[in-house]
Design a protein. Structure first.
Length: 166
């Protein structure tokens, strides 16, 4: 090799090595934190409502699903009675039961018609098993609503027991 060629290689070789070791740019297809839903630890559950209460017109009970709950599941039972606990529990004790999200509850409180996630009309005894949507990266609030469907003419007493698994 001639001197000129050796000199060119000696000058250009150090310039090519850093090009081979340059850091690669970060991938552009990263996952946003709001798109991350992870499975909650097995067996995680929370009491939502364990109560006997008088129902003249409407009773609303709020509960919250924590962030990143992949498959929240609400389950429970209620039974309504006319006048007193363990009084008549037949069609004369019928009430309405709703599961609402925050937007739906706001509409209901403002007397604006709205759909419910779940609606049970005219029941005095009901078992509920309902899958709620995943909560993504924010906690989500839901509401259990009990309504006396006779407009409050006769007092109802409701025994309710609900839990949520996530």
């Amino acid at each position: 090799m001639r001197l000129r060629e050796k000199l060119a290689v000696a000058i250009l070789l150090p310039l090519t090595v850093p090009a081979c070791t340059r850091q690669q740019p970060a991938p552009t297809n990263t996952i946003a934190p709001s798109d991350r839903v992870v499975q909650s630890p097995a067996g995680t559950s929370k009491d939502v409502l364990e109560k006997t209460f008088h129902l003249k017109r409407t009773a609303t009970f709020a509960f919250e699903i924590p962030p990143h709950a992949a498959r929240p599941h609400l389950h429970g039972i209620f039974e309504s009675f006319v006048g007193q606990v363990h009084g008549p529990s037949d069609d004369s004790a019928n009430i309405d039961f709703l599961i609402l999200n925050e937007e739906q509850e706001t509409a209901l409180a403002s007397n604006h018609p709205s759909e419910a996630l779940l609606s049970v009309e005219g029941s005095h005894s009901q078992s509920v098993n309902f899958d709620l949507p995943a909560s993504m990266n924010q906690p989500v609030k839901y509401y259990l609503v009990f309504r006396n469907n006779d407009g409050g003419k006769e007092n109802r007493v409701v025994e309710a027991s609900f839990r949520v698994d996530f």
